[in-house]
Every structure is written in C-alpha cells, then in structure tokens.
Ligand binder design. Structure first.
Ligand code: SIN
Length: 502
C-alpha cells in the first residue's frame, strides 16, 4: 500500500520505518528538514525500564495519577506493556542510551514517577540522540522523503482519507495514499511562551478539524514549570529536580510543599501553578537550586543545560537560576483507538497530534517519546488491515462535551487587530495556567472576530496563522465547556495576573 506519513519526529519516523519494513511504499513529508521537530529537543528521556522494585503496573498507576484520573486505562496498559520492546528497538536502531560502568542502562527519575525508570542519552540530549538515529535509519531505507512540505489539507473522498495536499516551494500538490499517518506534533506556539521549536503550530490537528475528524481534550495544554526565565525559552529538565534540585522563593524557602506533599516532584501541573503563583506573589521569578548537585555532576548529567545556562551568564553550580513556566505539551488532539486509527477511515494519528487517551488531563514526564514510539509502531502495523470504526469519544465529564470547531455568534466588534504575537499573548493571559470564565469568553470573542475577518491564507505563514486561530477557538471553547478544574485545566475564580518574566 502507499502510505504517507506527515511529520518526522519519533512517532512519524517510527511509523514510517515499521510501515516500510512491513512492505509498504512509504513517503514522509515534513515541514522543515527530517527530524527537526520537538523530538530533537527532548531532554528528559523515555520512561519504561523497570528495576527490581518497579513494574509496568506501577508505571501505569503513576501515569493515571498524573493524568488526574482521566487517562484511558486500556491505552495506558498498551503504553507500558509495549515500552520494553520500543526501547529495545531504539537501541537496535542505534540510540546509545547512557549506561553505568557495569554496562547497565542508567535510570533517571522525574516528577510523579515513584521509581527511577527513565532511560536517557547524552545526559540531557535524549531527543537529539533518538532523532539522529531515526533520521539515519530513514535515510538508509527506501523511504521517499519530501522536505519543506507544508500540510495544506487532508484529501478526503467519500469520507475516506486518500492523501494529502502539500505546499512545497509555494506550489500546491497532491500526494495520493491508501493510508495517511499524521505525526505533526503539537501546538505550543499558540502561547507567548513555549518550549516548542518554531513551526509547532498545530497544523495536523487543524487539518483534521477541517476534515471533520473527532478532536478532543484541547483544553489540556501542559505548562512545564521550569524554563529559564531569561532570554529565549530554554527548558531546564524535570530530571534536574529528579536528581534533587529544589524550587525556592526569594527567602530561599521550598514553597512547593505548600501545594503538594511531593513538593518539587508533584505532577507537573501542580508545580507549574505553585511556581506561577509564588512568582506573582513575590514579584520576581522563583529559582531552581541545583547547587547541591555540584559542578561535576551537573556538567556530566546535564551537559546541554550546563552549556546553555553558562552561555546565558549563569553558574548554576554556585547560584540558583530563575525559572518560569511555558507551554510544553498538548494532551488533547485527534482522537484515536489503540492502533492510531482516527474517526476518518484511512487516517491515523500518532504522537502529540493524537489524543490516544494515555495522558488524561496531565502527561507524566518522559511518557511522550514513549507514546510516539509505541503508537507509531502500532499504527504502521494496522495499515492494510480491515478498518475498525473508532469508538465515539466519550467525554470524560458530562459538562465537557467537545465543542472543538463550533462557532459562536456574538463576537465583540472592538479590539486589537490580529497578529500572531497578539494571539499568543491573549492565549497566555486568558487560556493559560489559570483560567476564568471572563478571560475565556474574552479570548474566544477575540479569536472569533479575527477568524471572521481573516483573508483566505496563501503562504505558509498565513496558513500557520489560520491553523493557530482555528485551534485557539477550539481550545478556548473546550476550556469554557469544562467548568471544573482538573489536571492542566485550572478554572480559577479569583485569578490574579501572573508575572511576566520572560
Ligand atoms: C523534561 O525534561 O523536563 C521534559 C520531559 C518531558 O516533557 O517529558
């Protein structure tokens, strides 16, 4: 069969390699160059190697707890049970995960994991090692690669996906396929501050929405707690806290325990809100204190962070460094079954673009690379098999029925003209860490107004803007519909403005 994979992170390239190895003719189309998406920036690692006291069942329980109970347990079971095979596959494809002097894999711990079970490479350069190995494997295989190809739309005929329309070098062209696997990543650039690289503009989710696919849980955007609070957003891995670093206020007090008994190792959404509130209260960024780890450990275990913080003028072995939250990972997306099938026959979705149900309302650290590998492989295996209808998405709360893509009819006539940065600021302020009815209504009205007056997009930048606007409307709608606070979606009746630190 002809298979088109859109996107070239861990999920897309795993799917492409498996589909190729199963005998399909595979084309990978990617917006930039092969492997330049979010995967290459991942610092943490891949969860799923279990020591003697640990087990897949405990990993599943931690995943569901972090997800605030909204994860789909069948999807979580698949994730943890396929973990060992996918980690072994990455090793076989050339990823040199870090090992101790005895040759055993070194296992790291991150927030909300009860055990150290995360494999990493190059200390904090796991994503780069994985991207490098998968790109090399893809280039070695007889897989066609089309770089610089922007996904303009999915081609749907008779309700079935039959290819993609891409914009390459300013011209639209159609690529026909028997199966399309979306692996386009998330939408961090909906927000003013994000850990995601340029180009993470939700193109796949937007195309799926336009094609009528079922999309859910867009209100669950994860904000990572610790991004360097000076200069362009740069992630300080949660693994640093996993090794013992602490979060301190202006007086040097560890404030994270005020919010959760696990302190700095509480689920990410809890730590992000605690940190943002503390920063607002003290009118300056909180600080991450890693000094107790010492210069040698920091340089060896976190070489990338060590280099970048020093380039920015911080000596984190001696002084705590200022940190702030930023948009990091979208738990929602295109609804899939356990093999990546979406509600549109012939269309699969894997990785961050998908809503597999694994993450619930808040993703557990280092489950994203694992999810990409596990569900990328499973989707490729399902290609060519009889199509199974994807069960209708059951909202996790009666009040949260997906309103993605719905339009309201009362736009406010006034307000700022559209620009991407104004949209990102609006989303940060009104659809961010702490949300109020008033803020969500305000954001939704502005976005509806901008969408109603936007000209038809032509260029890549205009199409990205249109995608961001579509997702902003769907996200604000979903956030308004979910009236309770859960996981990363926090409805604050008395939100105060959060400190602008970046
Ligand atoms: C991190 O290294 O803190 C990020 C890892 C992740 O998002 O899972």
């Amino acid at each position: 069969m002809n298979v088109v994979v859109v996107g070239s992170g861990i999920a897309g390239l795993t799917a492409a390699l498996h589909a190729h190895e199963a005998g399909h003719a595979v084309t990978v189309v990617t917006k930039g160059v092969l492997g330049d998406g979010c995967t290459g920036f991942a610092q943490g690692g891949v969860a799923g190697m279990y020591g003697p006291a640990d087990s897949a069942a405990q990993h599943a329980a931690d995943t569901i707890d972090a997800g605030a109970g909204l994860s789909d347990s069948a999807a979580v079971d698949v994730l943890v049970h396929d973990a060992a095979a996918r980690i072994a596959e990455l090793i076989a494809r050339g990823v040199a995960f870090d090992r101790g002097p005895d040759g055993e894999l070194l296992l790291g711990r991150e927030a909300a994991h009860r055990h150290a079970r995360i494999v990493h490479a190059g200390g904090d350069a796991t994503g780069a090692a994985i991207a490098g190995a998968l790109v090399a494997a893809t280039r070695r295989a007889a897989i066609t690669v089309v770089e610089g190809a922007f996904l303009a739309d999915l081609m749907i005929v008779g309700g079935v996906a039959c290819g993609v329309r891409v914009l390459v070098g300013g011209a639209l062209s159609d690529l026909e396929a028997d199966a399309v696997i979306l692996a386009t990543g998330g939408a961090g650039h909906l927000y003013a501050h994000t850990t995601n690289p340029e180009g993470t503009t939700g193109d796949g989710i937007a195309a799926a929405l336009r094609a009528g696919a079922v999309v859910a849980d867009l209100e669950f955007m994860q904000f990572h707690p610790t991004v360097l609070a000076e200069g362009p957003a740069f992630l300080i891995s949660e693994a640093v806290r996993g090794e013992g670093a602490t979060l301190i206020d202006v007086d040097g007090r560890r404030f994270a325990f005020d919010s959760h008994p696990d302190g700095e190792l509480a689920p990410r959404d809890v730590v992000s809100r605690a940190l943002a509130r503390q920063a607002a209260a003290q009118d300056s960024p909180v600080r991450l204190d890693a000094t107790m780890l010492g210069e040698r450990v920091l340089a060896r275990r976190f070489p990338t962070i060590d280099r970048v913080t020093r380039e920015r003028g911080f000596d984190w072995a001696i002084h705590p460094i200022p940190v702030t939250p930023a948009a990091h990972y979208l738990m929602g997306g295109v609804v899939t079954d356990l093999d990546g099938r979406t509600s549109i026959p012939g269309l699969f979705a894997v990785g961050e673009v998908a809503r597999t149900g694994v993450h619930g309302a808040n993703r557990l650290a280092s489950n994203s690379l694992l999810e990409g590998a596990v569900f990328g492989a499973r989707a490729a295996t399902a290609v060519g098999k009889p199509w199974k209808p994807v069960p209708a998405h059951v909202p996790t709360d009666a009040r949260s029925a997906s309103t993605a893509g719905t339009c309201r009819t009362r736009p406010r006539p006034d307000g700022s003209p559209f620009s991407r940065s104004v949209l990102q600021r609006l989303m940060w302020d009104d659809v961010g860490l702490l949300r109020t009815d008033e803020g969500l209504e305000h954001a939704l009205d502005a976005v509806i107004r901008w969408r109603s007056t936007a000209p038809a997009p032509v260029t890549v930048a205009e199409r990205e803007d249109a995608n961001l606007l579509l997702l902003a409307e769907a996200t604000a709608s979903a956030a308004l519909a979910r009236t309770e606070s859960v996981g990363a979606h926090y409805r604050d009746p008395v939100a105060s403005p959060l400190l602008e630190t970046v």
